[in-house]
Design a protein around this ligand. Structure first.
Ligand code: NAP
Ligand code: ZN
Ligand code: ZN
Length: 350
């Protein structure tokens, strides 16, 4: 067993506190990663506060993990000691179902092993995430972090990056298209960078007027404040694709109304309450409402290599783990520019 220090929520909604636990020994196909940085995703907050139900405690959150490979098992071929490696939202899956075989492990039909707030394949050992000093993971579920990407800015790619990249690819976003990104937070700011890099003309739809300058710097051509009723009227039917990254209940009909004929809105935000969809929001213009969850290992690696090639990474605010409650509060208020990332060195003294 490998002694590990982390930060955990002891019960639903409680403050995170220091927590010591063991990682498994490094098996033949495992890599041991000394974690250096871990992004703070809004999904961490939803789960710590049990907003989706079924949370398991104590919970060590964190699924935007990057660090240095410290040890490799005898059969490992993808990594060597000293490499930069990353772990995203899951650490194993059944490997045999149709979705696993298709490389879409995130939709495993049998047992997806989430990085935290779930169980290993034995269905009883809890998994613990990246607000911790080290992690042991099967090499098939670890990602190579290209050396040109600054490590702390690369961490959020493991969730925010792939979650926005996958639907942009699936709906073939590219040159000449008009794309809307709703909610300029961790996911949204990656959605803007990626869609712009693919050649789309991007509009940010935001409740925060103060984010306009940033939106433009990130690559947006237009910025629309959605606070006043009627904001969407002049824009109806103008967009090919909309990526909805909002973390809280909101009126999705207004955004569906932006779509032109056969346009699609992909929902990646995961509010705790159901959204109400008016039939005419979809019937009009033959629109599609889709959902998307992170991405498979193969596509996550493709996204990392794409980001390295294009020089894209996340805008981050580095925090010591001791500031996590403040980071959660600011994220919930929409006051995030644009991803908090924990400097795991801050855990050493705990
Ligand atoms: P985040 O950084 O907190 O960003 C969410 C943004 O939504 C905020 O910055 C804000 O942007 C906007 N917003 C917040 N409350 C709002 C409200 N009441 N009405 C309208 N807009 C509001 O969160 P994140 O980490 O990007 O995650 C976003 C959502 O995606 C979360 O629900 C998360 O759980 C989910 N998620 C899903 C997946 C997946 O696989 N599908 C993966 C990761 C995360 P403005 O200030 O610009 O309005
Ligand atoms: Zn996430
Ligand atoms: Zn499977």
């Amino acid at each position: 067993m490998i002694k590990t220090k982390g930060y955990a929520a002891p019960t639903a909604g409680a403050r995170l506190e220091p927590f010591s636990f063991d990682r498994r020994d490094v098996g033949a196909r495992d890599v041991l990663i000394e974690i250096q940085y871990c992004g703070v995703c809004h999904s961490d907050i939803h789960q710590v506060r049990d907003e989706w139900g079924g949370s398991i405690y104590p919970m060590v959150p964190g699924h935007e993990i990057v660090g240095r490979v410290a040890r490799v098992g005898a059969e490992v071929s993808k990594f060597a000691e000293g490499d930069h490696a990353g772990v995203g939202c899951f650490v194993d899956s059944c490997r045999t179902c149709r979705n696993c075989r298709d490389g879409e492990e995130q939709y495993c039909e049998n047992h997806l092993v989430p990085t935290y707030n779930g169980t290993e394949k034995d269905e009883k050992t809890p998994t613990y995430g990246g607000y911790s000093t080290r992690i042991v993971v099967d090499e098939d579920y670890a990602l190579r972090i290209p050396s040109s990407l600054p490590l702390q800015n690369a961490a959020p790619l493991l969730c925010a990056g792939i979650t926005t990249y996958a639907p942009l690819r699936r709906f073939k976003v590219g040159e000449g298209q008009r794309v809307g990104v709703v909610g300029l937070g961790g996911l949204g700011h990656m959605g803007v960078k990626l869609a712009a890099s693919m050649g789309a003309r991007v509009t940010v739809f935001s409740t925060s007027p103060g984010k306009e300058q940033d939106a433009r710097k990130l690559g947006a051509d237009d910025f629309v404040v959605t606070r006043e009723p009627g904001w969407s009227e002049a824009l109806a039917g103008r967009y090919d694709f909309v990526l909805d990254c909002v973390s809280a209940p909101h009126d999705i009909n207004a955004y569906l109304g932006l779509l032109r004929r056969e346009g699609a809105l992909a929902l990646v935000g995961a509010p705790e309450k159901p959204l109400e969809v008016a039939a005419f929001s979809l019937i009009t213009n033959g629109r599609t409402l889709a959902g998307s969850m992170i991405g498979g290992i193969r596509e996550t690696q493709e996204m990392l290599d794409y980001c390295a090639d294009k020089g894209i990474s996340s805008d981050v605010e580095l925090i010591p783990v001791q500031k996590i409650e403040e980071a959660y509060e600011r994220t919930v208020r929409g006051d995030v520019r644009y991803r908090f990332v924990i400097d795991v060195a801050s855990l050493k003294g705990e």
